[in-house]
Design a protein. Structure first.
Length: 256
């Protein structure tokens, strides 16, 4: 059962963050509104929120998921792969230190973005991406092994259109994964029940199971319907402004 989440208010210069572009500039008033609705949804799922203040030095800092990997048995701070984002970590360290007194860190030359790390019970899939390198993935795997978790790597560098592994993969609990078509035939996912997202709905693959609810981006009816038919209770959230900056639902919080 998840009980808490760390979130961070988007800064006024959110639009200056990293993006692969193409969808236009986010409108700050809408960013704040969508972020607030997201926070409300987490509260509705029973989570107590730790809210970090906005920090204009780091326009991407609302995407807190990338700065740490948190598990039931321990947590590790990452070393984000984009140099403009490494300074986001100290504020998250402070917030997590209250819950996880012994915090490890990914070390140079390793880099890891939390968005590349997908927990599936006692196993973790670690994406090798433009942000998470082999050295970082190996450090993370060792850390996870020390907590008696297994892990395996999924190289996504040749997959178009996804920044992180979890841009195209979500775990819904048990052995069920939501996955984009481009990842659906990977050997790594062979033993799981896959919900393969319709190609036009790729963005929605980044959904998040939080206790009894599955948060899904609004505007992707096929995935919403499939989840409903399988018995999941869903809540949809407007994510347009975060999508413009390559972010999804999972990126906006660290849940534990
Ligand atoms: C970035 O490029 O780092 C941010 N604009 C988006 C990060 C999204 N995070 C995630 O998918 N976990």
């Amino acid at each position: 059962m998840l009980s808490r989440a760390v979130v961070r208010t988007p800064s006024a210069n959110f639009a200056e963050g990293l993006t692969s572009g193409g969808l236009g500039a986010p409108v700050y008033a809408r960013v704040l509104k969508q972020h607030e609705a997201y926070c409300d949804a987490l509260v509705q799922c029973g989570l107590k929120l730790v809210r970090l203040e906005a920090d204009e030095r780091y326009p991407d800092s609302t995407f807190v998921e990338d700065t740490a990997v948190v598990t039931e048995r321990g947590a590790i701070l990452t070393r984000p792969g984009a140099p403009s984002r490494t300074g986001e970590v100290p504020a998250v360290r402070e917030a997590l230190a209250q819950v996880y007194p012994a915090l490890s860190s990914i070390q140079d030359p390793g880099s890891v973005d939390g968005g590349d790390v997908c927990e599936v019970g006692n196993h973790f899939f670690i994406g090798i991406s433009e942000r998470t390198n082999q050295a970082g993935a190996r450090q993370l795997a060792e850390f996870l092994a020390s907590l008696e978790y297994t892990s395996s790597f999924v190289d996504i560098r040749d997959v178009q259109g996804i920044l992180h592994l979890k841009s195209g993969l979500a775990h819904l609990g048990d052995d069920r994964l939501v996955v984009i078509d481009a990842l659906s035939d990977r050997e790594e996912f062979r033993d799981y029940d896959l919900i393969i997202v319709n190609k036009q709905e790729d963005y929605a693959a980044n959904c998040v199971r939080v206790n009894e609810l599955v948060l899904v981006a609004r505007g992707y009816p096929k995935l919403e319907k499939s989840l409903g038919e399988l018995g999941y209770q869903t809540t949809t959230l407007d994510m347009t402004e975060f999508q413009k900056m390559d972010g999804g639902l999972s990126c906006l919080s660290l849940r534990f």
